[in-house]
Design a protein around this ligand. Structure first.
Ligand code: GTP
Ligand code: MG
Length: 305
């Protein structure tokens, strides 16, 4: 049957750090495009994920979800750039979705952020995430509390982890998208270049395997990407650190830690890229990598935010 209408638009997922935005975008697009960790401030820049939905035999909708860094009070240059990326474009986007971890109370900080978003847009959707962590009655209590204070366009209850509630949420959004031709071709899942995705996967493993402040002082860059005749890929990455003392920690005893990180990153890349990967990790001390403008522009961050 002939498609008579196309809808397409942008949906920004915003919220405080750790509310599950990246977990959600991965679930919604059906592929890992954004890294996840139990630590706060994992996502550093905006990542677009594309989902196509046939609303009926005549109407097709394409939603471009934008995963954003969590919103918090930034101090360092990198943090300022991250938070500014989360706020940017909210005015221009078609829908703003605020993701809240339902197992947490709406603290003053979260309330202030919601207030500021309402100043930018009036029709905001609230997603209460992690409903798998809380009994139903407590969730309903939270919802009635929230309804007393805010006039959200709609409230959805979901678990980004197990997928419950996600279909209802995407269908709602798909209907709300404006009439527009598709922005991306139908096979595109993300706008993230593979080399950056590969850096992000390694960064995720560093986040998961290193403690305290260390993950926040690291960045990963893919320096070289060679495709071999047998279609396997050699990926060469540099892990930048801003203190020399971090090197032995990342290496671990007899290089065990970096070996473990490299192995899990490689296995995940093999799954994502569907080919054999040879991953070469190299640690480099660069005291001021956080003050290097090229580390910002390469991922769309504003150095002077
Ligand atoms: N139980 C449960 N855990 C979840 C759910 N969604 C996300 N998580 C966990 O919450 C933690 C944070 O998830 P992320 O997706 O990294 O959160 P984020 O909002 O992207 O965090 P930032 O990038 O730091 O802003 C991870 O440990 C996830 O596994 C959920 O629905 N249920
Ligand atoms: Mg994230």
């Amino acid at each position: 049957m002939k498609i008579s209408q196309l809808k397409s638009g942008f949906v920004n997922l915003v919220g405080v750090p750790n509310s599950g935005k990246s977990t959600l975008i991965n679930k919604l697009v059906g592929k890992k495009i954004s890294i996840v960790s139990h630590k706060v401030q994992t996502t550093r820049f905006c990542i677009r994920g594309i989902r196509n939905i046939n609303l009926n035999s005549k109407i097709k909708s394409q939603i471009i979800f934008v995963d954003t860094p969590g919103i918090f009070l930034p101090k360092k240059r990198l943090e300022k750039a991250m938070v500014s990326a989360a706020w940017s474009e909210l005015k221009l986007t078609d829908k703003v979705v605020f993701i809240h971890d339902v197992s947490k109370r709406l603290d003053n900080n979260t309330k202030e952020i919601i207030k500021q978003i309402f100043q930018i847009k009036s029709d905001i959707i609230l997603v209460l995430n992690k409903i798998d962590l809380l009994p139903k009655e407590n969730i309903l209590e939270r919802i009635s509390e929230i309804r007393n204070f805010y006039n959200f366009e709609e409230i959805f209850q979901i678990s980004a982890k197990n997928g419950s509630g996600c279909n209802k949420f995407t269908e709602y959004l798909a209907n709300k998208m404006p009439a527009h031709s598709f922005f991306y071709d139908e096979n595109t899942v993300s706008d993230l270049p593979q080399s950056i995705l590969a850096s992000e996967i390694t960064r995720e493993k560093l986040f998961k395997n290193l403690n305290h402040e260390l993950p926040y002082n690291i960045t990963v860059e893919t320096e070289k990407w060679d495709i071999n005749p047998d279609e396997s890929i050699n990926i060469y990455q540099t892990i930048y650190i801003n203190k020399r003392t971090y090197k032995p920690i990342i290496l671990g005893k007899q290089g065990q830690t970096i070996k473990r990180i490299g192995t899990v990153a490689r296995k995940e890349l093999e799954k994502l890229l569907e080919t054999k990967i040879h991953l070469f990790l190299h640690i480099k001390f660069k005291k001021n990598w956080m003050d290097d403008p090229s580390k910002y522009s390469s991922v769309g961050l504003n150095y002077n935010a």
